[in-house]
Design a protein. Structure first.
Length: 669
């Protein structure tokens, strides 16, 4: 049965609206339910802030830097790119009159916010509150992409909806720029180049899907095509920017420069445009306009009590003739005339500045071979009129379908890279998640068209073969193989010394050897190893596991492992917070599993948390989260959990059985 495009648009538009409303509801509900101090403790607000204007940025954004008079900002979820709400202390933050802005920069002491319009005067006073809020622009761009979908040609719509098969050209022999690509990666490049509509590169953990994407981009650029390199997150975009920069592709990174890692900012539009003569002139016009605005304060603003129904033209005519009317003093008419003259000059200066700035931006974007941006930014005004020959979308399985549509619909063909066996897009609204918003376009196209449009990369360059064995067997039909030079690497290689043999002593002694994969079972550890939920919270924590993590990390540091080589991850935010409170080690990363997707470390310690008599696993039962958890480590993976709770799910049972089979299992007593 053919899928109807109108039904498709209605379906996803409804889901996007549900998710938008859910995110707004959750933020507003929390702002009403919690005090400002509680919000600050949760990392979703800053209190007692003071604002100071820092002039205008690109596009006439009003830049304001906020700081706490007391000094260092507390730990916070508020990051660069987030939308924030600024309010006066003692008022309701969600009041419609309070301004919203985008976080442009964040340091240990300050947070810089860019406002579209001039913020109200209270923003420059003391005792302000800044709250994390919903970025509505992203939802609006998804809805715009869905409207645009309806205007596609029938042929393109049918292929995306599964009513027609995508087409391929003959696969040609090529000279590869990257001579180190393996055969599977090379085949993925060839198939991508042959695709007239779309192609999927399925990249399990550590298989080099981004490197493969870079080769695809380089080959298409070499053939004279102009493209997009996009992803759902800034981090994923920057990964591509870095590699494209290394091979000399002419790129422009679009997005606020503070969202770009410092080493790549010279490739950002905001950086490049500052060297452009037209942009320099535009800024000079803006500065001149702002000085004239200061002069306006010396003259009478033609408000109602002085204007008395006169138009600007009538005021100017009376002033030119030296006349007065309606009881308005001649001096006031002259002063209003001066004010109007200045305003007209200022308006022209700003118009000229916008024109020059637009000209500079268009030239820079037009000269680029590849534009690099997040999915959402591709839908911005800066790129609204741009068309591209191709798009390569990395980490595509972390994007909702409407998000992926934004770059997809600006191109003639697209290549997606991702892994649907890892975590899906994050969706908070349950109805939207059930309605398929949590399924990526990558996964839907794969289900519709099958292996005709996909190739799976099979050689991984991250994990010791003992770490990779279980996820390969469980999630990738046993096809995932470790590359020869890394299959046997262990912690000994880092330390350049022999490590002790396994011992029967403490858990820490058990862990501190060169074995790559270990499972520590807390099943008989007592009440301290039971999962708990703090009053007023929803996330779970496990004090015993947190204590064990601390001891293991300290043991690893004692034998010479660097903090930068260790990561501690857990599925639960509360457990992450608990471990962070216990462990204060510079360079050591402690994150949620979801937050660590796409990352890797030499040593990874996983705290599963769930341990209860009812055998409740919560979202541990989503096996994609398990896959992410156990595929981050290069040389050593330490898993901590309660076997009795976890073995209610067959996959965990098989994982623990493998640890026992290898002698890599030990119980806490």
């Amino acid at each position: 049965m053919k899928q109807n495009d109108s039904e498709y648009v209605r379906h996803f538009s409804k889901l996007v609206q549900l998710e938008r409303e859910e995110q707004m509801r959750l933020h507003e509900e929390e702002m009403q339910r919690l005090s400002g101090r509680e919000r600050e403790e949760k990392g979703r607000a800053f209190l007692k802030m003071k604002g100071k204007s820092h002039g205008l940025g690109l596009g006439g954004k009003h830049i304001v830097k906020f700081r706490k008079p007391a000094g260092v900002l507390p730990d916070s979820e508020i990051e660069v790119g987030d939308l924030v709400l600024v309010s006066k202390a003692g008022t309701a933050p969600w009041d419609n009159n309070n301004p919203t802005g985008t976080v442009a920069e964040k340091t240990a002491y300050t947070i810089t916010v860019a406002f579209d319009d001039a913020p109200p005067g209270f923003v420059f006073r003391k005792d302000l509150r800044i709250d994390l809020f919903v970025n509505d622009i992203t939802f609006q761009r998804m809805l715009e992409a869905l409207k645009k979908f309806k205007r596609l040609s029938r042929g393109k719509k049918d292929k995306l909806l599964g009513n027609a098969h995508p087409e391929f050209s003959e696969i040609e022999e090529i000279d590869f720029f990257n001579a180190d690509l393996n055969n599977r990666q090379r085949n993925a490049v060839l198939r991508s180049l042959a695709a007239r509509d779309f192609f999927l590169i399925h990249g399990p953990p550590g298989t080099g899907k981004t490197i493969t994407c870079i080769e695809v981009i380089a080959q298409l650029v070499d053939r004279g095509y102009r493209g997009l390199a996009a992803a759902d997150s800034n981090v994923a975009v920057d990964n591509m920017v870095e590699r494209l920069d290394e091979i000399g592709v002419k790129i422009v990174r679009v997005g606020h420069p503070a969202r770009v890692i410092p080493s790549l900012r010279r490739r950002s539009l905001d950086y490049i445009v500052q060297e452009d003569a037209d942009y320099i002139n535009a800024q000079a016009f803006r500065e001149k306009a702002n000085k004239l605005k200061e002069r306006m304060e010396s003259f009478t603003m033609p408000e109602m009590r002085w204007r008395r129904g006169l138009s600007d033209e009538e005021i100017l005519k009376l002033a030119a003739e030296g006349k007065t009317t309606r009881g308005i003093p001649e001096k006031k008419i002259g002063s209003m005339k001066q004010w109007i003259d200045l305003r007209q000059r200022i308006d022209k200066l700003f118009d000229d500045a916008r024109g020059l700035e637009e000209k500079a931006i268009r030239r820079i974007i037009g000269d680029a071979e590849v534009i690099c941006a997040t999915n959402s930014t591709v839908g911005s005004e800066l790129l609204r009129t741009e068309k591209f020959d191709f798009a390569v979308i990395d980490e595509a399985t972390q994007s909702t379908e409407p998000s992926a549509l934004i770059p997809v619909l600006k191109t003639k063909r697209f290549i997606m890279a991702g892994d649907h066996k890892q975590l899906p897009p994050t969706v908070l609204n349950e109805e939207a998640a059930r309605g398929s918003l949590s399924k990526s376009l990558f996964e839907r196209l794969l289900q519709i068209h099958g292996d005709d449009i996909r190739i799976m990369l099979e050689i991984q360059y991250r994990m010791n073969e003992e770490i990779a064995e279980f996820p390969s067997r469980e999630f990738y039909d046993g096809k995932l193989k470790a590359e020869g030079s890394i299959k046997g690497r262990t912690l000994e290689d880092l330390l350049q010394q022999s490590m002790p043999a396994p011992v029967e002593g403490s858990i820490v002694d058990f862990v501190l050897d060169k074995r790559p994969f270990l499972f520590v079972d807390t099943v008989d550890g007592g009440a301290i190893y039971e999962d708990k939920t703090k009053k007023g919270a929803t996330s779970k924590e496990n004090e015993g596991e947190a204590q064990l993590v601390m001891e293991i990390v300290e043991g690893l540091l004692d034998i010479g492992i660097k903090p930068e080589d260790i990561a501690v991850i857990s599925p639960y935010n509360a457990q992450v917070a608990l471990i962070r409170a216990m462990l204060h080690v510079d360079g050591l990363e402690i994150k949620t599993v979801d937050g660590f997707q796409g990352r890797e470390k030499e040593v990874v310690i996983v705290s599963f948390v769930r341990s209860n008599k009812l055998g409740e696993m919560g979202f541990l039962s989503d096996l994609r989260r398990l896959n992410v958890s156990i595929t981050r480590a290069k040389r050593k993976l330490v898993l901590i959990g309660n076997s009795k709770t976890l073995e209610g799910e067959g996959c965990y049972k098989r994982l623990i059985a493998l640890a026992k089979e290898r002698g890599a299992y030990k119980q806490v007593v």
